[in-house]
Design a protein around this ligand. Structure first.
Ligand code: MN
Ligand code: MN
Length: 484
């Protein structure tokens, strides 16, 4: 007797699943929500041009929403309880914020983790010098930049100077309408024959990224033959008069040269956003807003991580490869009742789920040669879920499990989040990584999920408004979701 075939469950008729621009599928009320969200994001991005500025704005926003500093809670003998909102910072740069859930911490966290540092030019410790009758600022670039993109555009100077006595001077020059700006000069095309013959990596060099600061000699020293570098002296006098700063103070400063001016709408239809540092403040802001906008008490503790140093490998005390996150979870467990020890910490980390909230690359019709068109994200087709990143055969990727991909897919579909898959360009075209692997090593489920960009790492990056909003909507659904 032949065995009878097992019945195949009836399924929906086959249909093509394809990514496309979702704008016209949104309800009018949701389109308004997209616009309102993007207005807030543009204001944040325009004001948060460094990791410190992003941190300060994030903490102010959290405090306004009732989050308390974990140190204050501890000092006052407080305890973690369901519904409590807390945050803990690291050196004014890295931040972890949480809404405590109903279940014990040991059952794991729902985490959205992004980064707030962005590619830029950092002033060297001895940056100020005079050459050819002008004063210049010597820089060392930070992160993966294409150097030729940083010449001949308006630049601003942001950062802090810590004086010997510990007093702190905040610097922000080049953003107000009547502020001066700075620039790095380029060779005129008339004399650019040799430069044009070089590769794009060599046409502008790292040591050539010197920022034009001034050209006036110091007035008092104008006729003094003993004084050399009169223009540099003029700049030093200005720094002393305006900021009470001396040249040696540069040694204990973090001054970042960034594109000057606010983020703004892009396109005749205003459907996109042009801004400096979308990577990764577009995801960091979405996570922060998602956590702040959570309604009620989530089942699992909801966490947002805003990290520094992602662009240089997540190293250092404020990078994701430090123990700040682990230490903060240990602090949480010490304030929980019953108090959790090391095993509870390990279990909490291993049972956590995370969206590594970082940007991805969009299919760019200008550069089809680096694309994998069916697999790269398209603008305004939704937040991008990327199973893996890496380079040369997924090297350096944490590669999310199919099971976790299914969970994220379910959560997003049930919440009406417009999402798409993504892949960072064609195979062997290059590659990149995120903070995903630093969390995955705890044994937790992690997947990359963020906004697709054009011109990633350029002084002005491009993002779609719908995508920015869907990152927020997706993160909020993920933080609040109930596991099955
Ligand atoms: Mn990034
Ligand atoms: Mn990046």
């Amino acid at each position: 007797m032949p065995t009878r075939k097992k019945a195949v469950p009836a399924s929906a008729p086959a249909r093509v699943w394809k990514r496309d621009n979702a704008w016209n599928r949104l309800e009018a009320s949701e389109r308004e929500a997209v616009e309102a969200y993007c207005r807030d994001y543009v204001a944040f991005l325009s004001a948060a041009k460094t990791e410190r500025e992003a941190y300060d704005l994030a903490v102010a926003d959290l405090r306004a929403r009732g989050f308390v500093d974990l140190e204050d809670l501890e000092r006052e003998g407080g305890r973690l309880r369901a519904g409590l909102k807390v945050y803990r910072g690291c050196r004014g740069k890295t931040l972890m914020a949480a809404v405590i859930g109903r279940r014990p911490l040991e059952d794991g966290l729902h985490i959205v983790g992004g980064h707030t540092d962005a590619p830029r030019l950092d002033a060297k410790p001895v940056p100020l010098y005079q050459d050819g009758g002008v004063a210049l600022l010597d820089t060392h670039y930070y992160g993966g930049i294409k150097k030729y993109q940083w010449v001949a555009l308006p630049l601003a100077l942001h950062g802090v100077v810590i004086r010997q006595d510990g007093s702190r001077l905040a610097i922000c020059i080049g953003e107000a309408a009547d502020d001066p700006v700075f620039a790095i000069t380029d060779i005129l095309p008339h004399l650019g024959k040799d430069q044009a013959a070089k590769t794009m990596a060599e046409g502008i060099t790292g040591e050539g990224l010197n920022v034009l600061l001034g050209s006036l000699p110091a007035a008092a020293a104008a006729d003094d033959p003993e004084v050399k570098d009169k223009v540099k002296l003029g700049i030093l006098r200005l720094l002393e008069e305006r900021y009470g700063m001396v040249e040696e103070d540069f040694a204990s400063a973090e001054l970042e040269v960034v594109p000057a001016g606010p983020a703004r709408e892009l396109g005749l239809d205003r459907s996109m956003l042009l801004g400096y540092g979308h990577d990764d403040r577009i995801c960091a802001y979405a996570g922060l807003r998602a956590l702040g906008d959570l309604e009620g008490t989530p089942e699992h503790t909801a966490v947002v991580l805003l990290c520094d140093k992602e662009e240089i490998g997540s190293v250092g005390a404020t990078g994701m490869d430090s123990v700040f996150f682990e230490n903060t979870v240990a602090e949480f467990l010490a304030l929980a009742r019953p108090r959790g020890g090391d095993l509870a910490l390990r279990r909490c980390l291993e049972r956590s789920r995370m969206l590594s909230a970082d940007v991805n690359a969009l299919h760019d019709p200008n550069y089809p040669e680096v694309s994998s068109p069916n697999n790269m994200a398209q603008i305004n087709a939704g937040v991008v879920v990327a199973k893996y990143t890496g380079a040369r055969g997924k090297s350096g990727s944490s590669d999310a499990s199919a099971e976790f991909m299914a969970e994220v897919r379910r959560v997003f579909n049930e919440a009406g989040v417009v999402w798409q898959t993504g892949e960072l360009g064609k195979v062997d075209g290059g590659g990149g990584g995120t903070i995903a692997m630093f969390l995955a090593r705890y044994g937790m489920d992690v997947v990359d999920c963020g906004v697709g960009l054009f011109s990633m790492h350029a002084p002005w990056e491009v993002a779609g408004k719908l995508d920015a909003y869907m990152a927020y909507k997706g993160y909020r659904a993920f933080l609040a979701h109930t596991r099955r």
